[in-house]
Design a protein around this ligand. Structure first.
Ligand SMILES: Cc1cc2nc3c(=O)[nH]c(=O)nc-3n(C[C@H](O)[C@H](O)[C@H](O)COP(=O)(O)OP(=O)(O)OC[C@H]3O[C@@H](n4cnc5c(N)ncnc54)[C@H](O)[C@@H]3O)c2cc1C
Length: 462
């Protein structure tokens, strides 16, 4: 029997579940936001699962997983499919396991919270905020993206300015994980062991529940400040980020001109030709923030408190992170982006030099974050005018020639993208080698048949 036929037979074996077998719907469910990249768009177009299923209980998930293992059907976990690198695109067909229906909120207390993996991040916060807590990271996709998807494929978001990325020690407390075997095992992994499943694109275990550390829910104020000079705007951000411990912040993004021109809905707050800073600070930090803006020659052009944000149902977070790219793409399809991280010690000169050298082909977009070791810096999702794949690669090299780290956003291979890039074993430290070995052991433990999201690990390509 062909792989597709075996996958379809599962629907007949478990008729009580919610299945999708229609080709058009399968194609839609099998694609994510990898079309941001012209490279991935070309490589992944038309790839789809043979069948999709949306289980609602752990027993239903277990029944599907066991059947896939028995029939050797490849299995790709899907949250909300907001990933950027084709992480949920099933390269070898098989079954798409849509976990968005497995979404119950558990609890939030004492600075921690727990929920099923398919819960939307926005729904988690809606449940946790009245209890005084909220997630430590709010990616700009928070309305749709799931907790399991953020853990499996994401980095962080608003909040990473204080708490760093998801990967920072102390952020994730535990994960309940299911293996892919004829008799699936379910194990609660704690602390560092749980982190071995983080950002593995669903290749080494199915996360059923997550327990995460939470932040206090605070009355966040959303503001825009605009500046004549990019260097002044950047100096303001560096000081606000690392030099003002009394100002409590959740988000800080710098959008170099002409990016603000791509936000028509905010045009009255974005004078032409000026660079924009989007920020979220706690309400009581407003006077000190305004003083800092003025001291750097900036002007506050937009201010909404939490009640106004809620009433308008518009948040500036949806102009930050990769929503900046999305807003720009709505007006101009010939744009794409890079993913970069500036050096904490040299970010000011690096930003200045790259802007002078590459603007307007490259429009700088900086997100201020803390690294896993606590240092303050900015990551960057610059908006790029696309001309060719060769030029895109050349632009990445130019960034690197200035000492800026590039994480390849135009690959669907896990090792070639973010953190695992250039992991030549000989070049690894002893600790990194141990972590790499532990990740391999985790793969054998939770996916001994190699059925999870095949084709995404370079080491596993058939
Ligand atoms: C416009 C835009 C803005 C974005 N902004 C941000 C941002 O601010 N910060 C950020 O970090 N990312 C951002 N992203 C990337 C993406 O939204 C996040 O990674 C998001 O959290 C993914 O969640 P999801 O539910 O859509 O996951 P999916 O795309 O469905 O899945 C992501 C990966 O995780 C795996 N996975 C999903 N659920 C599970 C599970 N239960 N167990 C095991 N593996 C699982 C999948 O197999 C896949 O490989 C952005 C993307 C877009 C398009």
């Amino acid at each position: 029997m062909s792989g597709a036929a075996a996958a379809l037979r599962l629907a007949g074996e478990l008729p009580a579940l919610e299945w999708v077998t229609d080709e058009t719907r399968l194609l839609r469910l099998s694609q994510d936001f990898s079309w941001f990249s012209p490279v991935l768009k070309r490589q992944l177009e038309g790839k789809r699962a043979d069948v999709a299923v949306k289980p609602k209980t752990e027993d239903e998930i277990r029944a599907v997983v066991a059947a896939c293992a028995r029939e050797r059907v490849p299995l790709t976990v899907r949250g909300a499919a907001t990933g950027n690198y084709g992480q949920i695109v099933p390269l070898e067909g098989g079954l798409l396991l849509d976990l968005s229906g497995y979404n119950a909120f558990g609890w939030a207390k004492g600075g921690a919270g727990r929920a099923q993996a398919g819960i939307r991040l926005g729904d988690f916060d809606t449940a946790a905020q009245p209890l005084g807590w909220e997630l430590r990271w709010q990616p700009s996709t928070f309305r749709a993206a799931t907790l399991g998807g953020l853990f499996g494929g994401g980095f962080g978001g608003a909040g990473s300015i204080t708490y760093g990325p998801i990967a920072a020690a102390g952020n994730v407390l535990g994960a309940r994980v299911m293996s892919v075997e004829p008799e699936p095992q379910v194990v609660e992994l704690r602390g560092p062991e749980a982190m071995l499943v983080h950002h593995k694109w669903g290749t080494n275990g199915i996360v059923l529940e997550l327990e995460v550390a939470l932040a206090p829910a605070l009355p966040w104020l959303e503001m825009i400040a605009t500046f004549e000079s990019l260097d002044d705007a950047h100096a303001f951000c560096i000081l606000l980020h690392g030099g003002t411990p009394g100002i409590v912040k959740k988000e800080l993004a710098l959008l170099a001109d002409p990016i603000p021109g791509y936000f028509p809905a905010l045009s009255e707050h974005l004078p032409k030709g000026r660079h924009a800073v989007i920020l979220m600070v706690v309400e009581s930090s407003e006077p000190a923030t305004r003083e800092l803006v003025a001291a750097h020659g900036g002007e506050v052009t937009y201010r909404k408190d939490l009640a106004e944000v809620k009433a308008s149902n518009r948040t500036l977070v949806e102009y930050c992170w990769n929503h900046t790219t999305l807003q720009a793409l709505k007006l101009d399809k010939n744009l794409t982006y890079l993913q970069a991280r500036f050096d904490p010690e040299r970010q000011r000169e690096q930003v200045k030099a790259l802007h002078e050298q590459l603007s307007p082909e490259v429009m700088l977009h900086l997100e201020f974050i803390r690294l896993t070791d606590g240092r303050h810096t900015c990551s960057s999702l610059p908006v790029v005018r696309f001309s060719s794949e060769a030029r895109l690669a050349e632009l990445a090299r130019i960034f690197e020639s200035h000492g800026v780290t590039i994480n390849n956003a135009h690959t669907h291979l896990l090792e070639d993208g973010g953190k695992l890039r250039d992991m030549d074993r000989a070049a690894l430290s002893a600790a990194q080698r141990m972590a790499a070995d532990a990740a391999v052991a985790m793969k054998s433990r939770f996916d001994p048949l190699g059925l999870l999201n095949p084709g995404k690990l370079r080491s596993q390509r058939r």
